[in-house]
Design a protein around this ligand. Structure first.
Ligand SMILES: [Mn+2]
Length: 240
C-alpha cells in the first residue's frame, strides 16, 4: 500500500464568474500533489476547516506536507504586525498547528515547505523576520524575479543530514520568501544555509521533521535532488 500524504489546503475567493463573486473554494497548488504522486505516495488534500479535525485527519494519513502560503501571524511569536508584513491567516495558522501537534503525537513524518517551515519554527518557539528588510545581513535575492522552475541562489547543507542526502553539499535552489527565520525553535537542527546565512532548511530527527524554505515541489520534474526530498518523505511515511 502506498503511503497517504495529507497536503494542507488553503482557502480563497473566486472572483469569476461575476455571479459567484467571492465564492470561497478550497485549493492547494497542484505541484505539491504531483510531487507526492511522482515520489510514490497518494496525496490527499486537507481542507481548511472551521473546527479542529486535526487528530482525525492525521489518523487517516501516513505523513503530513505543510504547504506554502500566507505569512505567519506575528502574535504567535509575540510581536505586533509591522508595515512590512504580508497577508496573514490566523485560522490557517491554528488549523495547521493542530495538525503539527497531532502528527508529532502520532509519530507521523512532516515535510514543511516555505510557510510550512516558518510555522514549524514558530511552533517550536522560534521567531521570524517579518520581512527580509529587517535583516541587515541579507545580500542574496530571496524573492527571485526568475521563473519558479529556475534555481537561483545557492545553499550549503549539513553533512549527513537528510537535506545533504537529497541535495548534496552545495546546490542551487529557487527562492520565493520575504520572511525568514530569525531565532531557531528548540530541538531543531539547521541543515541548510544560504550564503548570507539565512536558515534555508532544518530537521528534527526526534520528531521526524524536515523543512525547507524553498520550493522543491516546483522543480521535482527536472531536478532529481528535489524529487529525492519527496522520496525521503514517502520513505519516512512508509515506516510510520
Ligand atoms: Mn532563499
Amino acid at each position: 500500500m502506498k503511503p497517504i500524504i495529507g497536503v494542507t489546503g488553503n482557502a480563497m475567493a473566486l472572483s469569476r464568474p461575476a455571479d459567484v463573486d467571492n465564492f470561497l473554494i478550497n485549493y492547494s497548488p497542484r505541484h505539491y500533489t504531483l510531487a507526492v504522486e511522482r515520489a510514490g505516495g497518494i496525496p490527499v488534500l486537507l481542507p481548511l476547516t472551521e473546527t479542529n479535525q486535526a487528530e482525525a485527519y492525521i489518523k487517516m494519513v501516513d505523513g503530513l506536507l505543510l504547504t506554502g502560503g500566507q505569512d505567519i501571524s506575528p502574535h504567535l511569536y509575540g510581536e505586533e504586525p509591522r508595515a512590512v508584513i504580508g497577508e496573514v491567516s490566523p485560522q490557517r495558522d491554528s488549523a495547521e498547528i493542530a495538525l503539527i501537534e497531532a502528527a508529532i503525537k502520532h509519530n507521523k513524518p512532516i515535510l514543511g515547505v516555505c510557510r510550512g517551515m516558518q510555522l514549524l519554527n514558530v511552533h517550536f518557539g522560534g521567531t521570524l523576520y517579518q520581512d527580509l528588510s529587517e535583516n541587515p545581513d541579507v545580500t542574496v535575492q530571496h524573492v527571485q524575479k526568475s521563473l519558479p522552475t529556475i534555481s537561483t541562489h545557492s545553499i550549503e547543507t549539513k553533512e549527513n543530514s537528510r537535506l545533504y542526502k537529497a541535495f548534496g553539499k552545495n546546490t542551487l535552489i529557487n527562492s520565493f520568501h520575504h520572511q525568514a527565520i530569525r531565532d531557531l525553535g528548540k530541538n531543531l537542527t539547521v541543515t541548510a544555509y544560504s550564503k548570507d546565512k539565512l536558515i534555508e532548511g532544518f530537521e528534527s530527527e526526534e520528531h521526524n521533521i524536515v523543512a525547507v524554505q524553498w520550493h522543491p515541489e516546483i522543480t521535482f520534474d527536472s531536478n532529481q535532488d528535489s524529487l529525492n526530498l519527496f522520496n525521503d518523505l514517502i520513505k519516512r511515511a512508509s515506516k510510520a
